[in-house]
Ligand binder design. Structure first.
Ligand code: ADP
Length: 203
């Protein structure tokens, strides 16, 4: 929301453009937006995708849920309002990275369709690639890599997605991964194939 002061702040166009920054990196910048329940495999798959891209000499950056909450978004809670703000800030940071010519990977539950779509709309056509890491709640709960489901079921964590807070399944996802059926390696390969096929790995 603009206030009186903000009206005097204008986006400054610099001499070096996004396209020029991307060109020397030999890639088309974009956001690979991983969404899914806690424990669905977002971080694990995003990590492997980033390694594969790095091995291809692509310039990447992985924004990971917990890491961002420890820094930039320190102090935000898991209330609906703070979740919206959490995702909004991540969207803005990702947009800056895309402007820098990078392939950005984000691993956040991002449970609300409206928030994800808001980021899609902030970006240019083709720059937002939604990767739905679709793992049934029972499987996530079984994996429980950080012991969070156990705590949430005991009532020790309020507003936990899938348990006491909703997750809205993506309606218009570019890449759909069902981790029950494929390995981490195959899931990462699927993302790489999409990027290759759509021309993101060259400029
Ligand atoms: P999230 O980032 O979505 O919270 P994590 O990646 O931290 O999830 O944890 C997912 C856990 O599930 C990891 O321990 C991972 O090794 C395990 N896992 C088992 N099978 C798969 C799979 N096919 N894809 C992704 N993760 C898997």
């Amino acid at each position: 929301m603009l206030n009186e002061k903000d009206e005097n702040i204008l986006w400054h166009t610099h001499h070096v453009s996004k396209d020029e920054r991307a060109k020397i990196k030999g890639q088309k910048p974009c956001i690979l937006w991983f969404t899914g329940l806690s424990g669905s495999g977002k971080s694990t798959i995003a990590n492997m995708v980033e390694s594969k891209l790095h091995n291809l000499n692509k310039h990447t950056y992985l924004l990971d849920g917990d890491n961002i909450r420890l820094g930039l978004n320190q102090g935000l809670s898991f209330s609906d309002a703070d979740r919206v703000e959490n995702i909004r800030r991540i969207g803005e940071v990702s947009k800056l990275f895309v402007d820098a010519g990078m392939i950005v990977l984000t691993a956040f539950i991002s449970p609300f369709e409206e928030d994800r779509n808001r980021i899609r709309e902030m970006m240019q056509e083709g720059e937002f690639i939604e990767v739905y890491v679709d793992t049934p709640l029972e499987v996530c709960e079984e994996r429980d890599p950080k012991g969070l489901y156990k705590k949430a079921r005991k009532g020790e964590i309020a507003e936990f997605t899938g348990v006491s807070s909703p997750y809205e399944k993506p309606q218009r996802t570019e890449i759909h991964i069902q981790t029950e059926n494929i390995s981490v390696a195959s899931a990462s390969e699927k993302v790489l194939e999409y990027l290759e096929k759509k021309g993101y790995l060259r400029c």
